[in-house]
Design a protein around this ligand. Sequence first.
Ligand SMILES: NC(=O)c1ccc[n+]([C@@H]2O[C@H](COP(=O)([O-])OP(=O)(O)OC[C@H]3O[C@@H](n4cnc5c(N)ncnc54)[C@H](OP(=O)(O)O)[C@@H]3O)[C@@H](O)[C@H]2O)c1
Length: 293
Amino acid sequence: MTEVGIIGTGMLGKAVGLHLLESGIKLNVYNRTKEKTKELVEKGAKSFDSPKEIAKNSELVLTVVKDADAVREVSFGQNGIVAGKHNDLVVADMSTINPNDSKNIAKKFHDEGIIMLDTPVMGGPNVAINGQLVMMASGNEEAFEKHKKVFQTIAHKTFFLGENGTAHSVKLAMNLQIGMLALALSEGITLTRGAKVNPEIFLKILNSTYFKTGMSENKAYQMIKDKVEPTFTLRNLKKDLDTINDAAKSYGLKLPMASQALEVYNKAVEDGFGDIDYTGILSYLKESTKVEN
Ligand SMILES: NC(=O)c1ccc[n+]([C@@H]2O[C@H](COP(=O)([O-])OP(=O)(O)OC[C@H]3O[C@@H](n4cnc5c(N)ncnc54)[C@H](OP(=O)(O)O)[C@@H]3O)[C@@H](O)[C@H]2O)c1
């Protein structure tokens, strides 16, 4: 059985880990802040003190950390993955990062004789806990096939897309949908509130049309009550919008809405809304527009 390591047991990494354990996979875990591995260890995971130790003891290492700097740190820093390398080691990065960073990181691993796959996912901890993520993958196809069973345990749909960087390019286009959708819904609700109409009426009608979404049918009802328990933080979505705009620039593009959206999410983080759920962008609009109800 493949021994899997997870580096980064934040909201997503922990949920993925719990599901792997429940599926009978032998799991090694590391997190910079050790307390966050507690529940995984209680459920049977083995905790290690560095990414190096995780690499030494695992055939497949999943990195699920904040951003490209964090991926570089756990990979090439002191006691990083590279320091624990062995012949069978494959690294799969599930963090959302810039495809250009991903290509550079994969090249650095390659120079060390290590294969790195890009395996970003769609879906949060609430679906990861049941193995219902959607995974985009790129890099070495043979390594992907070798560990496909694990990837198919993590995600109910996997899409192999080609060379390193490709999966992240598509993932960024996915997160652009999330950022825009949350904003479009929030502005619609804010407009309704401005007109002194109950936002539930707006949602009821929207959800009777072709333009309804999973978000308008589900999370929206929490959003209007300012229920913003994070599954994916607003700060991390802001990070992704930054990355989306950087990636677009590197392709010679300027995406008009993505750059406007970044400004709104930036302001929300500055105003203290960074650690709540990204759907709390509605609460930010409520506060900043001083709209009632
Ligand atoms: N949550 C989602 O719905 C979701 C869905 C798809 C993709 N993602 C992506 O998955 C990644 C993790 O997201 P998350 O929601 O789990 O975020 P999170 O709860 O904020 O966790 C971030 C993780 O990164 C670690 N980290 C940050 N900087 C680090 C560094 N310099 N060195 C080592 N570790 C570092 C944190 O360690 P500490 O605990 O020590 O801070 C923590 O384990 C992000 O790239 C995110 O965009 C998230």
